[in-house]
Design a protein around this ligand. Structure first.
Ligand SMILES: *[C@@H]1O[C@H](CO)[C@@H](O)[C@H](O)[C@H]1NC(C)=O
Ligand SMILES: *[C@@H]1O[C@H](CO)[C@@H](O)[C@H](O)[C@H]1NC(C)=O
Ligand SMILES: *[C@@H]1O[C@H](CO)[C@@H](O)[C@H](O)[C@H]1NC(C)=O
Ligand SMILES: *[C@@H]1O[C@H](CO)[C@@H](O)[C@H](O)[C@H]1NC(C)=O
Ligand SMILES: *[C@@H]1O[C@H](CO)[C@@H](O)[C@H](O)[C@H]1NC(C)=O
Ligand SMILES: *[C@@H]1O[C@H](CO)[C@@H](O)[C@H](O)[C@H]1NC(C)=O
Ligand SMILES: *[C@@H]1O[C@H](CO)[C@@H](O)[C@H](O)[C@H]1NC(C)=O
Length: 403
């Protein structure tokens, strides 16, 4: 018995120590998040614009949106000295960091935390401007540099966007202040080094790897998941990891073997993108049309409900392994009608947001340009939450053994 306790103690101790190289950022799930048909349509519009931006000319992923609440996960970063805390969406579908500037008086800015460069002793001006004009609005600002830190890490000097004008956008009620892009450098506006690459170049993380646990089932004010910088945590997933090579290192893009809805093959060899900045699944138009046909979706996006579990499972085959998305995860019911959390996009690749990423722990391996997927350990509570406790416990167990 004592031997067993000793082993357990050592194991826990080792994992607590190994934990030192992982930097954990708790993610909150928006208290306002509610999946409705209206929100799905608004988000579809947003994502389409995000992927259609002319990134050589502009590239900040901001667009009109009738409901910007529909973003689930966000966490804190700190900018400047002393640190000014901002909640940001960690977005693997874009590559720049931006926050609202103290010089911004647009309503959408005023409702959020503003960055005061004059209150930071480490601010350095950059001044290159950006100005994105949309059909119904404008987002404009300039670049600045300051120390940016997360998860208690030392800050790195990072170039980021200060938004000074934000009109015609409905960023109004978003639960976060800004966006921190985690895609590859070629996607970044003005060729700014993205934050994670910057952290790694400064040796603040040991491995060029980050990973996301997004809890579909997290509650509002509490634990929505976590972003780990510098590696991944095996306690957060179960079973094997499946790796797939990034086929085009701008987005986190890879090639699927096949995608099936039940027994119907929707595509073979389609590209897909892992995008933590989206809650939905977006499919290329022709493939979406095929799926909509199965459900007899009407022009308003609804179809007649029946027992949800009687609908087929959506199955992504990646590197020879099935990643299933059950109907409970991609169908939502509004009264007598149902709608899909799968929508069409103008892109020729799938965009896999929280509907998929909430089921599968995802490792973004920057160094090896590959993605790893595994089942979320849904019984797991994290070492991050329990670090001190497990540490104590292991010492107690160790003491017991020594006696
Ligand atoms: C994208 O940017 C390039 C270079 O600035 C420009 O020539 C092109 O017209 C732009 N395309 C669109 C759709 O705005
Ligand atoms: C962010 O920091 C604020 C305090 O500055 C804290 O109240 C909040 O819980 C933090 N949010 C997250 C997601 O960690
Ligand atoms: C910093 O700038 C803001 C507006 O940009 C201004 O209201 C404030 O007074 C300034 N604070 C200091 C200490 O200069
Ligand atoms: C502004 O930032 C860009 C991107 O990091 C850099 O290329 C440029 O040299 C900077 N300009 C100044 C004046 O610091
Ligand atoms: C923002 O929130 C306010 C009050 O909570 C609400 O009245 C308003 O309709 C919301 N606006 C949007 C665009 O969601
Ligand atoms: C969500 O979590 C609760 C409590 O942990 C559990 O009872 C419930 O079955 C979960 N729901 C889903 C859909 O996973
Ligand atoms: C899943 O989490 C539970 C609770 O923390 C833990 O006991 C279990 O070992 C984890 N599973 C794996 C495969 O790590």
């Amino acid at each position: 018995m004592a031997h067993f306790q000793f082993l357990v103690g050592i194991l826990i101790l080792l994992s607590a120590l190994a934990d030192g190289s992982l930097h954990r950022i708790p993610l909150h799930r928006s208290p306002n998040f509610k999946r409705t048909r209206e929100a799905i349509v608004a988000e579809q519009l947003y994502v389409d614009h995000k992927y259609n931006l002319n990134t050589t000319a502009n590239g900040f992923p901001m667009e009109q949106l009738s409901n910007f609440n529909n973003f689930q996960y966000y966490g804190n970063i700190s900018i400047g000295t002393p640190g000014q805390v901002f909640s940001v969406q960690f977005d693997t579908g874009s590559a720049n960091l931006w926050v609202p500037s103290a010089q911004c008086s647009s309503p959408a800015c005023v409702q959020h935390k503003l960055y005061y460069s004059n209150m930071s002793s480490t601010f350095q001006s950059n001044g290159s401007v950006f100005d994105i004009t949309y059909l119904e609005g404008t987002v404009a600002g300039f670049m600045s540099q300051d120390l940016v830190s997360v998860a208690g890490l030392r800050g790195v000097l990072q170039t980021f966007g200060e938004v000074t004008t934000e009109t015609g956008t409905n960023f109004l009620n978003s639960s976060f202040d800004g966006i921190l892009g985690m895609a590859f450098p070629p996607l970044a506006v003005n060729l700014v080094t993205p934050f994670f690459q910057n952290l790694y170049h400064h040796k603040l993380v040991q491995q060029p790897v980050f990973s996301f646990l997004l809890r579909n089932n997290g509650t509002t004010a509490s634990y929505g998941g976590e972003l780990i910088l510098g590696g991944s945590d095996p306690a957060l997933y179960r079973g094997q990891l499946t790796y797939v090579t990034v086929s085009n290192p701008e987005y986190w893009q890879f090639v699927t073997d096949s995608i099936q809805m039940g027994n119907t093959v929707i595509s073979r060899g389609s590209a897909a993108i892992a995008d933590t900045g989206t809650s939905l699944l977006l499919a290329p138009l022709a493939q979406y049309t095929q799926i909509a046909g199965i459900f007899k979706v009407n022009s308003l996006g609804y179809f007649r409900c029946r027992k949800i579990s009687s609908w087929p499972t959506l199955n992504f085959r990646i590197s020879g392994v099935s990643f299933k998305v059950p109907p409970q995860n991609y169908i939502l019911q509004e009264g007598a009608y149902c709608t899909l959390a799968i929508v069409s996009s103008n892109q020729e690749f799938w965009i896999l947001g929280d509907v998929f990423l909430g089921l599968y722990y995802t490792i973004f391996d920057v160094g090896n340009q590959r993605l790893g997927f595994a089942n979320v350990n849904s019984t797991g509570s994290t070492l991050g939450q329990m670090g001190v406790f497990t540490m104590l416990l292991s010492f107690i167990l160790l003491k017991l053994w020594v006696h």
